[in-house]
Design a protein around this ligand. Structure first.
Ligand SMILES: *Cc1c(COP(=O)(O)O)cnc(C)c1O
Length: 427
């Protein structure tokens, strides 16, 4: 397998030169990934933050099989189907805020891309004459943000090693600091001075994922949202990573009083089984598109929009997620993370740890070694050592974190802790 992989495949986010052999995974079960030599690895980062209930979950697999035998895919313009309708209804029921409509796409990047276009065109649709057209078309975003890899999503993300080759091609964005007591006044002024040109504000609520699992306070975000909303700026919550229980509540936006106008979902949406994106919006946003003027149509869609299999997987994942048992497991994991953070805070290691933090099922800290950046070599070394101990971890530079599937057992969690501590001691 490895020989053919090397011959034919180009892997994501990976420098191909001197690339370590990838590990061929044959099957998964619960939190475990099992390779061709029968080694098992606890998937402590939920396979890039997507898996909620464990791998190859028989309930989701069964539902998928039934749906695949009935209808695998159909064009979603002029047609509809039960899984898409059921999923939209159930999401609108549980999303925090007054959401009215669900727009489907394929992944996290497309869900944010759709949100940005939806917000910009919302204002464009309300233009009175051509002079007005240029107004309200700028975007506001947080420094250190990550919203995906397509061009719009890259534009509203931090200018970083990920985007460096494309800087000249990215559109202009007003970046502000993640809200904190010492910058909120300056941010308030900045927003006020640009308010008539800003169409929308996009943010990862409370946890900036790919930017190094950086966390900030709910009270501060709430204050920022209230400022933004006073200026009639559309709020887009990118809950691609934080959705579906990750931060301890079903959706992270529940921590704030001020709710978004648009919400983006993917990753955990299908329990991590299939690619699917959702952009939900309020009636207000939607109504700006309902018009006799055909130019006010939202001209966006993807071949696999609302794929029936993906929607079915999402429905099955929701069944599992909303069970008492799973919600309890999320609370338990939240507690375990707090305890683990305490342990890390009080223990002595040969390396210094910085900024030990948790938010729900996520725990992160930095190893104070080299620069705080994605290319920091801590990542490669840590991943290799953890794999040798049967744990899959993938630090972002020198940011070590865990984000396990909710079904992780007590023994497995203990094992993850032991291995992290052992690596830190070895260091
Ligand atoms: C992963 C991620 C995305 C991009 O999702 P993809 O499915 O990888 O395209 C967007 N926003 C956030 C917050 C993410 O964590």
């Amino acid at each position: 397998m490895i020989e053919k992989d090397r011959k034919y495949i180009w892997h994501p986010f990976t420098q191909q030169k001197n690339m370590a052999d990838p590990i061929a995974i044959i099957r998964g079960e619960g939190t475990l990934l099992i390779d061709a030599d029968n080694n098992t690895y606890i998937d402590a980062i939920s396979s890039w933050w997507v898996n909620l209930h464990g791998h190859a979950h028989p309930y989701i697999a069964g539902k998928l099989y039934q749906q695949a035998m009935q209808l695998e895919q159909v064009i979603f313009a002029g047609f509809t189907h039960q899984p898409a309708i059921d999923l939209a209804e159930r999401l609108i029921d549980i999303l925090p805020g007054n959401f009215a409509k669900i727009f489907y796409s394929d992944n996290g990047s497309t869900s944010t891309e759709v949100a940005l276009k939806m917000a910009v065109q919302y204002w464009w649709n309300q233009r009175k004459n051509d002079v007005d057209v240029k107004k309200k078309n700028k975007l506001l975003a947080l420094k250190n943000a990550y919203h995906g890899d397509t061009f719009g999503a890259m534009s509203v993300s931090e200018r970083s090693v990920f985007t460096m080759a494309f800087h000249d091609l990215l559109f202009e964005v007003i970046f502000i600091d993640a809200p904190a007591a010492d910058n909120i006044e300056a941010t308030k002024e900045l927003i006020a001075s640009h308010s008539d040109e800003i169409a929308a504000f996009i943010y990862e609520p409370l946890v900036q994922g790919a930017g190094g699992i950086q966390m900030y306070e709910a009270t501060m975000l709430d204050e920022l949202l209230s400022i933004v909303q006073q200026h009639d700026i559309i709020c887009i919550a990118d809950e691609v990573m934080t959705g579906f229980g990750r931060t301890g509540k079903l959706f992270c936006s529940e921590y704030m009083q001020n709710k978004p106008d648009i919400i983006c979902l993917s990753k955990g949406l299908t329990g991590g089984t299939m690619a699917l994106g959702v952009t939900a919006c309020t009636e207000k946003i939607y109504n700006a598109y309902v018009n006799d003027d055909k130019l006010k149509t939202f001209f966006h869609g993807h071949s696999f929009t609302a794929n029936p299999l993906a929607c079915t997987a999402a429905l099955a994942s929701l069944d599992l997620l909303l069970k008492e048992e799973c919600l309890k497991q999320i609370d338990w994991l939240t507690e375990q993370n707090k305890l683990f953070a305490e342990t890390l805070l009080t223990a002595e290691f040969p390396v210094r740890l910085k900024n030990i933090r948790t938010q729900g099922t996520i725990l992160a800290f930095e190893i104070a070694e080299g620069k705080d950046e994605y290319l920091n070599n801590v990542s490669t070394v840590f991943t290799k050592k953890a794999l040798a101990h049967g744990i899959y971890l993938r630090p972002l530079g020198n940011t070590v974190y865990i984000m396990p599937p909710y079904c992780i057992t007590e023994e497995e969690y203990e094992r993850v802790k032991e291995v992290i501590i052992a690596i830190l001691i070895e260091n």
